[in-house]
Design a binder for this molecule. Structure first.
Ligand code: NDP
Ligand code: F7E
Length: 332
């Protein structure tokens, strides 16, 4: 079976605005941003299923769904996702659920004639002490960060599955590796979320209750790179349009901050006036994971949203109703 043999394409995706696209995980941070982006640029035939309607860990249900709906494109943004504590506490869930979801969806998509699929991985696929900034070819060159190795192993398997299907069948499956993301529809669970939503919520609640201090995990020294999810959604559409290579592609903001700097910024944006207290019994995780996103930049995509602007918008979004939006807290 013939498939694309060139790394770059010339825009077949956005030309087909009535093509049927399945966005898996559309109620999550990434999936919801991808749907917003697709609607904004005029796509009219987006197929969606909630977790309750279609459990993607159930192989026969996934096969039946693909056989019935026959989508032409798939964005795979459904996954078991969480921050450092959730990853460290539920290793079995993180490896097994993610392996099941991605294996079922990727295989059923191929068998049911999907033209192109994009799989979402994560920057945690790289070795804990990879040279910085981390290029795509650092994959599988050293041991993983222990707090998220189970999730990382599943994500590496997803990349490899896309590559294997391209090599054996010539099928157009690509993988994007985003850095740490944030934005509307994030998970704001107090323990199981990522650092940014956790801190937005904790600082907000401290401001409202008049608390004198806020506890932040770890030492504050780890460096992280953050990307607003609307930038990521833009990059996803860009890659669907322009990229058809074997290698996965890093998607980062190319800017890093320490967790201490991040906490100070969230404190300022939320308007909390008390002190920060560091809980060094909590893990720091990987010391640094700045990705080298020059492959994507060379293809012609760069991010637009600064961390400060993205944070201000996200905080406004969480407090736009009468109550703080906590997100789908039952997910982890
Ligand atoms: N958030 C981040 O910082 C980063 C995320 N990524 C990647 O982006 C992708 C999306 O992450 P994100 O949007 O943050 O995650 P979310 O937790 O916000 O969303 C995940 C979505 O997947 C759905 N889902 C989970 N399990 C199943 C299942 N068994 N069947 C059907 N649907 C299911 C969830 O539904 P429900 O809530 O109902 O369970 C939810 O809608 C993931 O692959 C993740 O690895 C990569 C780098 C960073
Ligand atoms: C995207 C990526 O996300 C995860 O990796 P991580 O980058 O380590 O994720 P994190 O956002 O949870 O933490 C970042 C840093 O921040 C510190 N930190 C301070 N205070 C809070 C806090 O209140 N909550 C959290 N979660 N972290 C805190 C925390 O101690 C750490 O030093 C992977 O497991 C995996 O899911 C993955 O791929």
């Amino acid at each position: 079976m013939g498939g694309p043999d060139k790394e770059t394409l010339t825009g077949s995706f956005t030309a087909e605005k009535n093509a049927k696209i399945f966005v898996a995980g559309h109620r999550g941070l990434v999936g919801s941003a991808v749907v917003r982006k697709l609607l904004q640029i005029g796509f009219t035939n987006i197929v969606l299923r909630t977790h309750q309607e279609l459990d993607l860990t159930r192989q026969s249900d996934v096969e039946a769904f693909f056989a019935q709906e026959k989508p032409q494109f798939v964005i795979l943004s459904a996954a078991k996702v969480g921050g450092i504590h959730a990853n460290n506490t539920y290793p079995a869930d993180f490896i097994s659920i993610n392996l099941q979801i991605q294996t079922n969806v990727i295989d059923a998509a191929y068998r049911n004639g999907v033209k192109k699929l994009l799989f979402l991985g994560s920057s945690c696929i790289y070795p804990k002490f990879a040279p910085q900034p981390i290029t795509e070819d650092a994959l599988l060159t050293g041991p993983l960060e222990p707090t998220n190795e189970w999730y990382a192993v599943a994500k590496i398997a997803g990349i490899k599955m896309c590559q294997a299907y391209r090599l054996q069948y010539g099928w157009d499956a690509i993988s994007a590796m985003p850095t740490n993301l944030y934005g509307p529809n994030d998970n704001f669970h107090p323990e199981n979320s990522h650092v940014l939503p956790a801190l937005i919520r904790r600082f907000h609640e401290a401001k409202v209750s008049g608390a004198k201090e806020v506890v932040v995990w770890g030492t504050g020294s780890p460096l992280r790179e953050f990307l607003h999810v609307d930038d990521l959604a833009d990059a996803v559409v860009f890659l669907m349009e322009k990229y058809s290579g074997l290698s996965h592609v890093n998607v980062g903001s190319r800017k890093e901050v320490t967790i201490k700097e991040l906490a100070e910024l969230v404190k300022e944006v939320v308007g909390f006036e008390g002190d920060l207290v560091w809980d060094s019994t909590k893990p720091d995780g990987t010391p640094r994971k700045l990705m080298d996103s020059s492959k994507l930049a060379e293809l012609g995509w760069v991010p637009k949203i600064s961390l400060r602007d993205g944070l201000v918008d996200t905080y406004k979004w969480t407090t736009r109703g009468e109550q703080f939006y906590e997100g789908p807290v039952e997910t982890v």
